[in-house]
Design a protein around this ligand. Structure first.
Ligand SMILES: C[S@@+](CC[C@H](N)C(=O)[O-])C[C@H]1O[C@@H](n2cnc3c(N)ncnc32)[C@H](O)[C@@H]1O
Ligand code: SF4
Ligand code: SF4
Length: 355
């Protein structure tokens, strides 16, 4: 009876209020969109110079700039009818886009779940409030060390204390406004050089009341990186112990520690799931996955290679479905869904190797 009264009240409200109707039917329609998500590179410029990043000179030959608003709107109009979520991420720092709050608000007005990944270096009270007001659903901050020394040696030009202060600023703004969103998570590129600090990062998450730490393996661009950084080329007992200790600390503190695999398997289906996701560069180029955001030089199992530009179409020139249904793109997705007939760049990629 209580349920029926509630339903009748809701129906009356929808009949009365056109805005309520727009939101209600917009949300119902949005959950039926066929694809999970897209990553949009609103900014390919950055204020940091992380030693792991493919922005490093010579790795990618493409120009890296901010996405113009006109491009953003064309891309949004083309793809939002097909996706349920968007992540504003690319080869840069999204908070460097001067209209990032307008971009987020626009995406939210189209009933898309909005997430972003940030280096945490840019966060005034004003920006924190703008992010909250824009309706951002979640933000992941990248922290590659649990001490000032390690963090600053990897995330070059960032300051460990300042990034923590900035994250706290967003947390305080959420508390002041008594809101749940944006949900905050932490990300860490886990390597031989920082794995002993994994427990420290878990503790930092606990201190900051961040419930999830998502650790990922490192992609390598040159011989030096491949020789010195990845854990998947062989973990020593000390590194193993550091990981076990971090798991224990996470369990004790109630932190959800998401760890990647550490054993390189034979190539198989891609865990990025390019049949449900795709990426769009700042120029509106649709490419199949985060690993092919830009062409780049890489080193895999001692061999130097080049990941060629993988544009499937440009959204300023072609509509989404014509791009999505191209035979080459369809075959690429099929290969990655099944793990059969993978191109070389996929066979060399951590996401097809159980990592
Ligand atoms: C390219 S950044 C862009 C977003 C933002 N600038 C940041 O750093 O969070 C996206 C993510 O890639 C991670 N990353 C950087 N270099 C990497 C590498 N060689 N292998 C794996 N992930 C890497 C960063 O730590 C970050 O979490
Ligand atoms: S902050 Fe992000 S985009 Fe910038 S250099 Fe570091 S990893 Fe690359
Ligand atoms: S396996 Fe292929 S499709 Fe999957 S993330 Fe890697 S390069 Fe992209």
């Amino acid at each position: 009876m209580v349920d029926l009264t509630r339903k009748l009240k809701r129906a009356a409200q929808l009949l009365r209020d056109p805005e309520e109707r727009r939101v209600y039917f917009g949300q119902r329609q949005a959950v039926r969109r066929p694809l999970d998500s897209a990553w949009i590179e609103v900014s390919a410029v950055c204020n940091l110079d992380c030693i792991t990043c493919p922005r490093q000179e010579g790795i990618t030959p493409e120009p890296l700039k901010l996405m113009p608003m006109e491009t953003y709107h064309k891309v949004a109009d083309a793809i939002f009818p097909y996706i349920r979520n968007v992540n504003f991420i690319g080869l840069g720092e999204s908070l460097m886009h001067p209209q990032i709050d307008q971009i987020i608000s626009h995406a939210k007005s189209k009933f898309v779940g909005v997430n972003m990944t940030s280096n945490g270096t840019i966060m005034t009270d004003k920006i924190a409030h703008k992010l909250i007001d824009s309706g951002l659903d979640s933000i992941a901050f990248s922290i590659d060390g649990g001490t000032k020394e390690t963090f600053e040696s990897i995330r070059v030009n960032a300051r460990f204390d300042k990034v923590q202060r900035n994250i706290r600023r967003l947390i305080e703004a959420k508390k002041a406004l008594n809101v749940q969103r944006p949900w905050i998570a932490m990300g860490m590129v886990l390597m031989k050089t920082n794995v002993r600090e994994l427990s420290d990062v878990v503790r930092l998450c606990h201190e900051l009341e961040i419930p999830t730490l998502n650790a990922e393996n490192v992609f390598t661009w040159n011989e030096e990186m491949e020789r010195t950084l990845p854990l998947y080329n062989g973990i020593n007992p000390e590194e193993k112990e550091a990981i076990e200790k971090a798991k224990q600390t996470a369990a004790e503190l109630g932190i959800n520690l998401e760890l990647p695999g550490f054993i390189l398997k034979e190539p198989g289906p891609c865990s990025y799931r390019p049949h449900e996701h795709f990426v769009v560069t700042w120029e509106g180029n649709l490419r199949p996955c985060c690993n092919l955001f830009h062409p780049y030089e890489y080193v895999f199992q001692g061999q130097k290679k080049f990941a060629h530009e993988a544009t499937m179409g440009n959204l300023l020139e072609e509509d989404f479905l014509s791009i999505w249904n191209k035979p080459d793109y369809t075959a690429f997705r099929k290969a990655n869904e099944t793990g059969i007939g993978l191109p070389e760049v996929c066979r060399d990629c951590l996401f097809s190797r159980g990592l």
